[in-house]
Design a protein around this ligand. Structure first.
Ligand SMILES: *Cc1c(COP(=O)(O)O)cnc(C)c1O
Length: 480
């Protein structure tokens, strides 16, 4: 076909302003002062390249100086604006992995800010002035809260399991029930982790039932470890049976073998008090005699992303000396947040008050209903009278984050319906507000669950909904 342009295209290409001309523009000069020459010049060049390509495709694009300058400056702005930003979680999923799981307690946020602002006593022994160990900031706390002999922390729970299995069973066999060979979202698959650690997987039992005798029959001189894994994100109901941790630990100890229990969520308080089923706690797993217990820091524990490892002193010491422990090291900001979160648990009532995950789970249905009514009232006052309806409906919130699957908390939902029934469009418009709002779609409605709104977010949400609805209806909202 060759590169024969129509006259129009040629004309458009010729009309694009030259780089030198654009750089003389006053607004561009200002941008150079503010953002530096290199970024601005690159953005101008890239903008021209983009426009040229579109002209060659036969598109009609504005080629006047002012339009080109504006587009280039928008590109500069995009580079300078962080994309990882705060959003409003109106999904009702308390631990939403896509939205960053646990919101940190105020004490944890303050600890992070303080450690970020200056130098910190991360790895120095105050007494001797010698190099110390960063884990010391949380080790005693974890021991006290869980009853474990010893503890350490790594980057996340996937890392904790990989590290523990590597240390305890590399080159040997590990036994696990077929009912616990789980996949947790984001590519954590127990069989893959075991393979990666260099251990050989020995599956026992069936998907729905595994008995103690199944484990016992599989033990050989090559066995190094028995693994339990909490099936965090699914449930097997009906004709099912699994071996309690204490029984598995007794069996393992008779054969001089350790048990690793991956409890997943890292719960330290009884979830029964929130009207939920009882989630196994870290204390219970330690008490049951499991030799190594691992969990995440940012699920029900309500802290930062981290992998907590509890266990017998001798095993935790070996874990701490392994090169992978160094490779998976937690940073000071994580440690600061984790330490502050754990200190709240020293008074469990304070923990439930102060840790957002627990407070959100503990919010009574009546309080949520009041919030939902207030939200509906504010929305009805601000939204246009036509094109959108707002109604309340009884519904359910979810714990999320691979915790307490299938367990739901009663809530009152605020449902928005556009008269054209296009819920996807409204949900998308909400995601592009500043701050972005994330909702659920159910029965062609955009559904807002007030349970996961944080303090002070209600009015921001109302304004964001008003803007999004206005955009969808192509009209004006009454910003009273
Ligand atoms: C969530 C979960 C993991 C993965 O934890 P991360 O901290 O996300 O790495 C591993 N095992 C279980 C049982 C889990 O629930």
């Amino acid at each position: 076909m060759g590169t024969l342009y129509t006259e129009d295209k040629q004309h458009g290409l010729r009309r694009l302003p030259a780089v030198s001309r654009i750089l003389q523009d006053e607004r561009v000069q200002e941008a150079i002062t503010e953002h530096g020459r290199e970024l601005v010049v690159d953005c101008v060049r890239e903008t021209l390249d983009r426009l040229r390509a579109r002209l060659k495709e036969g598109e009609t694009v504005p080629t006047d100086l002012s339009s080109v300058v504006q587009e280039a400056l928008q590109a500069v702005e995009r580079w300078r604006t962080p994309t990882l930003r705060r959003v409003i979680n109106a999904t009702g999923v308390v631990l939403h992995t896509g939205l960053g799981r646990a919101v940190l307690a105020e004490a944890a946020r303050r600890a992070v800010a303080e450690v970020a602002q200056g130098h910190s006593i991360l790895e120095i022994d105050r007494d001797t002035g010698e190099r110390g160990d960063r884990i010391e900031h949380v080790r005693e706390l974890l021991r006290r809260l869980t009853g474990a002999e010893d503890a350490t922390v790594v980057n996340n729970n996937a890392g904790a399991v990989l590290l523990a299995v590597t240390v305890l069973a590399q080159g040997k066999e590990v036994i696990i029930s077929r009912g616990q060979l789980v996949e947790i979202g984001g590519a954590f698959r127990m069989p893959d982790i075991i393979a990666q650690s260099g251990a050989r997987l020995v599956e026992v039992g069936t998907t729905n039932r595994t008995r103690l005798s199944d484990y016992e029959r599989a033990i050989t001189p090559d066995t190094a470890l028995l693994i339990r894994c909490h099936p965090s994100n699914f449930r097997i109901v009906g004709f099912s049976e699994e071996v309690p941790a204490a029984d598995l630990a007794s069996l393992a100890h008779r054969y001089n073998l350790p048990v690793l229990d991956d409890v997943g969520s890292g719960c330290l308080v009884d979830t029964g008090r929130f009207g939920l089923e009882h989630e196994p706690t870290l204390q219970e797993s330690v008490q049951a005699g499991c030799d190594v217990v691992t969990c995440s820091g940012d699920k029900l524990l309500g802290g930062p992303q981290a992998g907590i490892i509890l266990g017998r002193k001798e095993i935790v010491q070996r874990i701490r000396r392994h090169p992978l422990h160094r490779a998976l090291r937690v940073d000071k900001l994580t440690l600061a947040a984790l330490e502050a979160t754990l200190r709240l648990y020293l008074n469990p009532e304070e923990a439930v008050q102060e840790i957002p995950v627990l407070r959100t789970l503990a919010t009574p249905a009546d309080d949520i209903k009041r919030r939902a009514r207030r939200l509906r009232q504010r929305l009805q006052a601000i939204l246009p009278g036509a094109g959108i309806t707002v109604r309340l409906r009884e519904g359910e919130s979810a714990v999320g984050g691979g915790s307490l699957p299938g367990q739901q908390l009663p809530t009152t939902l605020v449902c928005l319906r556009l008269s054209d029934g296009n819920a996807q469009r409204l949900a998308r418009a909400l995601r592009w507000q500043e701050p972005a709002v994330f909702t659920r779609i159910e029965q062609e409605e955009v559904v807002i669950d007030p349970r996961t709104l944080l303090e002070g977010e209600m009015e921001t949400l109302v304004q964001a909904v008003a803007r999004a609805v206005t955009q969808c209806l192509g009209g004006e909202a009454n910003h009273a």
